[in-house]
Design a protein around this ligand. Structure first.
Ligand SMILES: [Zn+2]
Length: 176
């Protein structure tokens, strides 16, 4: 729908399952837009759990909380614009907990969209670098318990170049 040519993370999840023996994959998408392409590409796979937090109402208009996919392996977390950042962090952590109750991933993939940062021209979330670090550390620590720390992160949105650059570095440092 205009942002992506390929659903990189969804392709990566399918590839990991078919070629690398990962049975269960958790995808976490904190891009400010709903991961509609990812959902379309993974919602038929019961062993891929997909969590997307996104601004609501906002482009592309999909991703209501009651849209769980045909196998209920999708957790959509629509959030209003301009909330205190801690509300986004808490909501995403809760959804990750829900998506991994009774489901231990072999691999965690992050759709790391930094248009969820405060000041992005295409979004109105309020995350700062420290929140990106916090969410990254949360996922790395969980991944260490689940699957020996296997995390793959892919850059997605982010339209304020200087903020995007700093966020990428802080995110990568937190992935160590
Ligand atoms: Zn986006």
């Amino acid at each position: 729908m205009g942002f992506c040519l390929f659903g990189n993370v969804a392709i990566g999840a399918h590839y990991a399952r078919r070629r690398h023996g990962a049975e269960r994959v958790l995808i976490v998408d904190w891009d400010v837009h709903h991961g509609n392409g990812t959902q379309a590409l993974v919602e038929q796979e019961r062993d891929v759990h997909f969590v997307s937090m996104h601004q609501w109402p906002w482009y592309p208009g999909t991703g209501a909380s009651d849209d769980r996919g045909p196998h209920r392996n999708v957790w959509n977390v629509p959030m209003r614009a301009g909330l205190p950042a801690v509300e986004y962090v808490d909501a995403l952590r809760e959804a990750i907990d829900a998506a991994t109750t009774g489901f231990v991933p072999d691999l965690v993939m992050i759709s790391a969209g930094f248009d969820s940062l405060l000041g992005d021209p295409l979004g109105a979330f309020t995350l700062e670098y420290e929140h990106i670090q916090e969410l990254t550390r949360f996922l790395v620590e969980r991944a260490e318990e689940w699957c020996g720390g296997r995390v793959v992160s892919a850059l997605e949105g982010g339209y304020a170049p200087e903020r995007l650059a700093v966020a990428c570095v802080r995110h990568m440092m937190a992935l160590e």
